[in-house]
Structure formats: C-alpha cells, structure tokens
Design a protein around this ligand. Structure first.
Ligand code: SF4
Ligand code: SF4
Length: 184
C-alpha cells in the first residue's frame, strides 16, 4: 500500500524528546472512555481487521502507540483520529478489551477543543445547531414517510436543543474550529 503524503502525521522513529508529553496517556486514560488505553499491548490485532485500514493508510494500533508514546500534538492535529468508522471490529478482536472507539472519541474531543476538529464534523454540529438535524428536512423524506405509512416528522425542540449544546460547550468548540475568514 502506498504511504500517506500527510507529513503532519510523522509517526516514525526515532521519536524526538521535544515531541513527547509523558502525561498525555494518563490524561486520556483519566477521561470517560479512555480507561482501557493503558491495557494496550500494541499487538496489532485491531489494525489487522480494520476495514478502513484495508483501503487507506490508517492503523488504530499506530494511533494508540503514539498516544502511549506521548506524541500529543502529533496525535491531536492528525487526520488519523477522524478516520475511524466506529464499526467495532477492533474491539471484537482486542484481547485486552481496549474500547478503541471510546478512546478515539476522547481524542476527538481533545482535538476539537484545540481547534483540530475535522471540517465535516464541525459542519454537522452547525447543522444541528441551526436545524436540529444533521441534514436539512426535505419534501422527499416527507413524501417517502407518507408512502410508507409513517407519521410526519416532528420538528425538534430547537431552543432546548441549543440550550443543551451551549451547556455542553459545543458553541465554544464550533467557534474554536472556525477557520480564519469564516463567519457564522
Ligand atoms: S488489539 Fe487491543 S491490545 Fe492489540 S493493539 Fe489493538 S487495542 Fe492494543
Ligand atoms: S472501529 Fe474504527 S478503528 Fe476499529 S476496526 Fe472499525 S474503523 Fe477500524
């Protein structure tokens, strides 16, 4: 398989001392969902079965290995943590019961707070903020529901939803991930 051209995700040896933040793995492991990280043996069974990794340069073991090494900036600014499709194959295979999808959620949350969220996710969050849905309601869907005998879609309680999003800090995350020149 061809290697990625993404030079921002070095992931190679030797690791430079100045790139290592030793507390990073403990910070991740202390978060809800990150607990299993420290059990990882870096055996690679997760990478071996990952369907995403079978088509592009993506290795869950590499992500975990770099977290365990303490390569915080490299991990959080990389597109690698946004590639997991949450199929759970790796969790089925893991002898150490590491919940990779939960670990990657922790990493995504950390990355988002630092302004490294994948643009597609930011867009979805904005859509939910504006419409209460990840995609706009269309007449096509209404028609299909009618044909299937399903009840009409209910409009979401948008004010309540926005209140929850604000309380959860999502407004701040969206603002942190706005690129220069983008407006609300
Ligand atoms: S299968 Fe489990 S123990 Fe092995 S590298 Fe993946 S997460 Fe770590
Ligand atoms: S959950 Fe993510 S990392 Fe694990 S096998 Fe599926 S796509 Fe790969």
């Amino acid at each position: 398989m061809e290697q990625s051209e993404d030079k921002s995700y070095r992931g190679d040896f030797p690791v430079r001392d100045q790139d290592v933040q030793a507390s990073f793995k403990y910070d991740v492991a202390s978060m809800v969902g990150g607990e299993g990280l420290l059990r990882c043996l870096k055996c690679g069974a997760c990478s071996g079965g990952c369907p995403v990794g079978s088509v592009i340069d993506y290795r869950p073991r590499k992500v975990l290995g770099n977290v365990l090494l303490g390569l915080k900036d490299e991990v959080l600014s990389s597109d690698q943590i946004w590639l997991c499709a949450a199929c759970f194959t790796c969790e089925e295979r893991c002898v150490q019961q590491v919940a990779f999808t939960d670990v990657v959620t922790v990493l995504r949350n950390m990355a988002s707070k630092e302004g490294h969220a994948a643009p597609g996710y930011v867009k979805m969050a904005e859509m939910v903020m504006q419409n209460g849905r990840v995609s706009a309601r269309t007449g096509v869907v209404d028609k299909m529901r009618e044909q299937l005998g399903l009840p009409p879609l209910q409009d979401p309680a948008i004010d309540q939803l926005r209140g929850i999003m604000k309380a959860a800090g999502l407004y701040d995350v969206i603002a942190a991930n706005k690129k220069e020149g983008e407006s609300d």
